[in-house]
Ligand binder design. Structure first.
Ligand code: MP5
Length: 207
């Protein structure tokens, strides 16, 4: 089997499961998540997305020209997403000028460090981060108000399609990458999966 994103998901299925299936999301689905837990996630995820936007800017700077359209589309969506996060925080009277928790800080530092990695590594990490939210918010099934709006943001069919194209772009460059670059991409995938799990746990602990 050649080196692909699908292979990474199969090889590391257990850790991926932990990244995408978590009591935090299950309790959103059941409507039993505590507002302190949800609000902690919301504020910390806003702080994450600010740094994620910077990361995608660096991914664009490393990408081949024929990958620009998809990445630029992602950046345009992030402009909308940052505005949306600010609206959601304002509705809940949350202060976004908050210190990052250690898990969020570590994840943001890791995203920064990806800027010096070869493009196939960056493309793999970018895809994994988006897939984690796409699957994470989709897998529990229909969510009640107000969580349905959040589930739909990352679980909607258009977002699923976008993540598939990110996978194709990553697969394309992984095929021809040197073995050590493929190895780095695999390490990045595992690291992202662990950070995703830790991020849910961080918010869940706020309860
Ligand atoms: C995403 C996110 C998805 N918002 N938060 C974490 C911890 N991981 C991944 O990124 P985006 O920009 O919201 O699609």
């Amino acid at each position: 089997m050649s080196f692909t994103c699908t292979k990474l998901l199969l090889t590391h299925s257990q850790i991926w499961h932990a990244a995408t299936i978590h009591p935090f999301l299950q309790q959103c689905h059941l409507g039993t998540i505590k507002s302190e837990q949800f609000n902690t996630w919301l504020v910390q995820d806003y702080l994450f997305v600010v740094e994620f936007t910077r990361m995608v800017g660096r991914v664009l700077a490393s990408a081949p020209l024929d990958h620009f359209d998809v990445i630029l589309g992602g950046l345009a969506a992030l402009q909308d997403e940052l505005t949306w996060f600010k609206q959601k925080a304002a509705q809940r009277q949350l202060n976004l000028d908050t210190k990052k928790q250690a898990t969020c800080q570590e994840y943001c530092e890791y995203m920064h460090s990806l800027g010096t990695k070869p493009y196939p590594v960056q493309a793999t990490a970018f895809w994994a981060m988006e897939l984690a939210y796409n699957q994470g918010w989709q897998l529990p099934g229909e969510m009640p108000v107000p969580y349905n709006e959040f589930a739909n943001r990352w679980g909607n069919p258009g977002f699923t399609e976008y993540v598939k194209i990110l996978e194709q772009q990553a697969d394309e460059v992984l095929q021809t990458a040197a073995a050590d670059v493929q190895q780095q991409a695999e390490e990045a995938f595992v690291k992202v999966a662990k950070f995703e799990h830790n991020f849910w746990q961080m918010a869940f602990n706020a309860g």
